[in-house]
Design a protein around this ligand. Sequence first.
Ligand code: URA
Length: 242
Amino acid sequence: MNTRRRQILKELNLLPVWRLKPGIAKQSTLPVPQAVEVEHSPLTSEPVKDSAQLPVSEMNWDQLKAAVSQCVACPLSQARTQTVFGVGDENADWLFVGEGPGAREDEIGEPFVGQAGKLLDQMLAAIQLKRGEGVYIANIVKCRPPNNRNPTLNEAQQCEPFLTRQIALIKPKLIVTLGKVAAQNLLNRDDSISSLRGKVHSYSGIPLIVTYHPAYLLRSLPDKAKAWKDLCFARATMQSLR
Ligand code: URA
């Protein structure tokens, strides 16, 4: 600073002059706030809620699939390879519900692709149905229970909003539950399969029919005949609904 300038500053009582140390000068810029892009609804110009804020009951298919794939609500999420969302025609008349993914499903990401799945495909073919054509297949839980044990009540309850939303979006004409876990969870009853078979139950106003789980049928061949009866009953029920 030259003498003249120092003199003026002194007279104005503005000395000493404060300066940043050289090392600090480099860091002195304030962080620049990052611009955040917010999606706006074209109709209302209101910001669109991102799916993390939406209740599951208001999600569309894409939001629901994303929410399921990121879910960590129960311990099953810790051991999974991937979630198993469900597969098939999103406007299906028929909804088949199993209990939860097994090892093969956990690996592939699709329900009923193992041995039980092959039998399920044969059961569908027996009543002129095909996976994906007017048929949707889902499970009570979306993550594999370890060692293929049944899902616990807590695991089923944590996962329930996802299946509830799938059913609300599909609007099936008829639900067929496969095995005790699916029947008991959707009907909110503790009764045995044998006492639930052969009747048309109701899930939120949608007719629901109970049959055996294909994995059980693989071990218990005599009950295949009963499952065949259940499928014929389901087909006749569907025909009566059209
Ligand atoms: N068993 C089920 O209940 N669901 C599957 O997806 C596979 C096997």
